[in-house]
Design a binder for this molecule. Structure first.
Ligand SMILES: [Zn+2]
Length: 406
């Protein structure tokens, strides 16, 4: 039986044209240099603070202000107890492990992640928060090791070490040529998208948003005269309209616009109706082409709405939670690289592929076939109500497909 796909005929032609071995560019009448599909690598939380920071070449003072754990070194010890020794100090590329080979294979045009830590030497921890993540600025090259292009910062850890921590984070990322969105020195800067260019004309705009439902304190909201996060007031139609006005002022024909949103609980698959309506509203009214959602520590169901992908929760990608018990059923050790390929002329999805990896010894590793199948089954189960299911390919990657006969 014929397999249903998200591909439109135009998208198929573009894919064909982009394939250098197809020899079909001229046959299709597409001049060389014309706009082909754009592939984005998206991942959820990159938490390179605390235990990860301790394993890298330039660790911060390990002292913590958590209720139970008083040194970041304990998180390294937990990981080692779970899976064996970690060769500290690790080099800057170590944490990415097998993800680097996968990035080389797919060669995405841009790499966009949520940076779930501040990058700072500040000792001014946010009082009463309980968990404060920081990575030493001298460890920032670990982000460059995976050629990350853009970090969204509108999350519940960016101000863990105060305004000085936010300022130093932005400055440090600028120095290593990583663009930022979603937090900054004032409201205007926090709201401004990262504008990523591909060649002379093509652009990808990344807007960063955070919601209080992810644990962002209300007083972290950026204001006209106060640094902070681009915090969503709510998920209402009025908020969609405000965002639509911002996007309209900057979006040009052919731009791909990503809304990167930190929202919702750390655990649980449920997608609140208001989040879904908000995502639809951003696509319907605000010209958003990709919803890059995160905050949950594990991947959640994926929807394709009006040919645009809504990843409600990417799940974590890099963290130091290895060996920390409590939510084993969610398998948060299993993470996903999302490769979203779009037709920039229409902003529509061509295909979405995911590579499963497993966190072990503070490093990303290829999964077993069984673990990849577990992710397929989970995404298919959670995608049912959203109209998607996932297929596991022979090379152990996952492909999103619409529900239907296969
Ligand atoms: Zn978070």
């Amino acid at each position: 039986m014929k397999r249903r796909t998200f591909f439109s005929n135009a998208a198929k032609a573009i894919l064909l044209a982009a394939n250098p071995v197809s020899g079909m560019r001229e046959a299709l009448g597409i001049p060389s240099g014309s706009a082909g599909p754009v592939t984005l690598f998206l991942a959820g939380d990159i938490m390179t603070g605390r235990g990860i920071d301790q394993a890298l070449p330039h660790p911060s003072d390990p002292r913590l202000y958590e209720p139970y754990v008083k040194t970041a070194l304990d998180y390294v010890a937990l990981a080692e107890r779970a899976h064996g020794p970690i060769p500290r100090p690790v080099d800057f590329s170590y944490i990415w492990g097998d993800a680097l080979q996968e990035l080389r294979r797919v060669a995405p045009h841009l790499r966009i992640v949520n940076l779930e830590t501040s990058v700072t030497k500040s000792d001014d921890y946010w009082r009463g928060k309980g968990i404060n993540y920081r990575m030493h600025p001298a460890n920032a090259p670990c982000l460059a090791a995976a050629s990350i292009d853009c970090c969204t910062l509108a999350n519940n850890h960016i101000l863990d070490w105060g305004y000085a921590g936010l300022k130093e984070t932005v400055r440090t990322l600028q120095k290593i040529h990583v663009r930022t969105a979603g937090a900054g020195g004032n409201l205007e800067k926090a709201e401004a998208p990262a504008i990523l260019t591909l060649g002379a004309r093509r652009r990808v705009l990344v807007f960063g948003f955070g919601a209080a439902t992810s644990g962002i304190p209300h007083d972290w909201a950026a204001a006209v005269d106060r640094p902070g996060v681009n915090l969503l007031n709510d998920f209402s139609g009025a908020t969609v309209d405000r965002i639509a006005a911002k996007v309209r002022a900057i979006k040009r024909q052919g731009d791909v616009v990503v809304a990167s949103i930190h929202w919702g609980n750390n655990w649980g698959y449920k997608i609140p109706a208001q989040e879904r309506a908000f995502a639809h509203g951003l696509i319907d009214k605000a010209g958003i082409d990709v919803i890059h959602g995160h905050s949950s520590h594990h991947p959640k169901g994926i929807e394709v709405y009006r040919h645009r992908p809504i990843i409600y929760g990417c799940g974590d990608f890099i963290n130091d939670y290895e060996g920390v018990g409590g939510y084993e059923d969610f398998r948060s050790d299993l993470v996903l690289m999302y490769f979203v390929t779009l037709d920039p002329s229409a902003g529509t999805l061509v295909h979405l592929e995911m590579t499963p990896l497993q966190i072990k010894r503070l490093r990303l590793n290829r999964t077993s076939k069984g673990d990849a199948a577990w992710l397929r089954d989970m995404l298919t189960r959670e995608g049912k109500a959203l109209g998607t299911h996932v297929r596991l390919t022979a090379d152990n990657t996952l492909t999103l497909e619409p529900l239907g006969k296969v």
